[in-house]
Design a protein around this ligand. Structure first.
Ligand code: AHR
Length: 497
């Protein structure tokens, strides 16, 4: 099969916000403990941060890290995680039926962010707590000094305020699994009051209201409308969360998961703009897609963890080539909608449905999903160009007719255009032509791809480099037309100089 792309630098969708390449660190399983933080590990620094993981985080290119949850945040007391470690309490974490030792808390997280070169994004607990505790956390974090909690931070050794700009007002408050979950009315009102109070401390914050925890929630749409009726004037973004996995061997539907993500984005934008129109508001609410990934939610862990264990092995999905291609395709959708998706977080970063895996006391390595994310975070900077595509389609059980080619193009400041493309055909290569005349491009062109004869191939501690990107050799430019072969079921990064 053959597909064609036409693009012109005069026609752009919008600028990519670097926050599109965020990720997520929750107190869950081994994300924190023996993930990013393991005092005593041979590669740990003086603060107990694993330098081998930090190197991979930098290579991944993630820009923002959301913390501390997730479901965890809805029962969390942030004060437990500050001050002298020996005085910090151990608490039951109801969300994951684990024991939280609190050896890692806010100060450690901010240090992690500084060393990793990422922006912190905090979430406040609106499950079991409310306005006062959110303001206390903000005072501790962002006020310079001269008040009880900002002075307490200084006493704890952090003289400079943390300057955290992005804050999530709770997490998945529509979900019955959430500690302290709420109706849209209850949450909308609480989020509004919390946002108003937080802005009294710091008017420049960027605040995220909880949208639906999934597009299939029965309250989807109505939830966003009610929450935004309450919060429209005091928040900047509304969240989306989406997870995908292959079910019953239906690989074609799975590989077309981005079609669902697109509909999700369209629905949330339509709802936000409806509220905007009703309010005669000139302000626009955009999306923080602050949890997205492939996650095999229905898979039982090999060893069922003991209840209330410390840092048990939870949600340690080992990703295949197919999963990586889906992650790439979801990234393409986020880029294609960069006009309204202002931030996004791959959920999560390490061990827990993460692109990076570790063994306690042992190595750290890249999962298959690491590679499309790293490509997008590196080359997906600049302006997303509007694409016209022509090519074959196929039927899927879940998403109807979808094109075999899923693609986007980003033009960097130096004029270089990167085409990201997924071939959804699981058995046949796809010949792609790109009309590059409007770019005035003559080359050079480089092509890398992630694909494998075994679509189930994975990276593990035993063979950490089983799956890595390969350099393609098929790309040519002839008479203003770039031709390149996309292998069956593949993620492709094509740089046009
Ligand atoms: O990322 C794992 C979990 O998924 C998060 O804790 C929660 O917000 C979502 O349901």
């Amino acid at each position: 099969p053959k597909a064609s792309v036409f693009l012109d630098p005069h026609f752009a969708v919008g600028e990519v916000n670097p926050r599109l390449f965020g990720s997520f660190l929750e107190h869950l399983g081994r994300a924190v403990y023996s993930g990013v933080f393991e005092p005593g590990h041979p590669r740990a620094d003086a603060d107990g941060l694993r330098t081998d993981v930090l190197e991979l985080v930098r290579e991944l290119g993630t820009t923002v890290v959301r913390y501390p949850g997730g479901n965890f945040v809805s029962g969390y007391r942030w004060e437990d995680g500050v001050g002298p470690v020996e005085r910090r309490p151990r608490r039951p974490d109801l969300a994951w039926r684990s024991t939280e030792t609190n050896e890692f808390g806010l100060g450690e997280f901010v240090r992690f962010c500084r060393v990793a070169g990422v922006e912190p994004m905090m979430a406040v607990n609106l499950g079991t707590r409310g306005v006062q505790e959110a303001c206390d956390l903000l005072e501790y974090s962002n006020m310079a000094g001269g008040t009880a909690l900002s002075d307490l931070r200084r006493e704890h050794g952090d003289k400079d305020p943390y300057g955290i700009r992005m804050w999530c007002l709770g997490n998945e408050m529509d979900g019955p699994w959430q500690v302290g979950y709420k109706t849209a009315e209850e949450y909308g009102r609480l989020a509004e009051l919390t946002a108003r109070a937080m802005r009294m401390i710091d008017p420049d914050l960027e605040l995220v209201a909880c949208g639906s925890s999934g597009r299939s929630m029965p309250t989807f749409g109505a939830w966003e409308a009610t929450v935004l009726e309450h919060t429209y004037d005091v928040v900047d973004l509304v969240s989306c969360h989406a997870y995908y996995w292959e079910e019953d061997g239906d690989v074609d539907s799975f590989v077309a998961s981005a079609a669902d993500m697109e509909s999700f984005i369209d629905g949330v934008i339509a709802t936000a703009d409806h509220v905007r129109a009703k309010r005669h508001s000139s302000k626009r609410i955009d999306i923080s897609f602050d949890e997205w990934n492939v996650w095999y939610m229905n898979r039982k862990p090999e060893i069922e963890p003991e209840p209330w264990a410390v840092a048990p092995r939870l949600l340690e999905d080992v990703y295949s080539v197919t999963d990586a291609v889906v992650v790439g395709s979801l990234l393409i959708t986020l880029l294609r909608r960069c006009d309204r998706v202002a931030a996004a977080s791959l959920a999560q970063l390490v061990n827990v449905i993460g692109p990076i895996m570790t063994e306690p006391g042992g190595p750290a390595w890249r999962q298959t999903t690491f590679y499309p994310f790293a490509d997008a975070a590196r080359y997906g900077r600049g302006r997303v160009l509007r694409l016209e595509t022509e090519g074959p389609t196929h039927e899927t059980a879940k998403h109807g007719t979808v094109p075999l080619l899923h693609a986007t193009a980003v033009q960097g400041e130096d004029g270089t255009v990167t085409v990201f493309a997924v071939n959804r055909d699981t058995t046949r290569p796809l010949t792609l032509t790109v009309d590059v005349r409007a770019l005035g491009a003559r080359g050079p062109v480089s092509h890398t791809y992630l694909a494998d004869a075994d679509r189930h191939a994975r990276n593990t501690s035993v063979s950490p480099d089983r799956v890595t990107p390969q350099a393609g050799s098929s790309a040519t430019v002839d008479d203003g037309v770039l031709t390149v072969e996309l292998p069956a079921l593949s993620w492709n990064t094509i740089l046009i100089g």
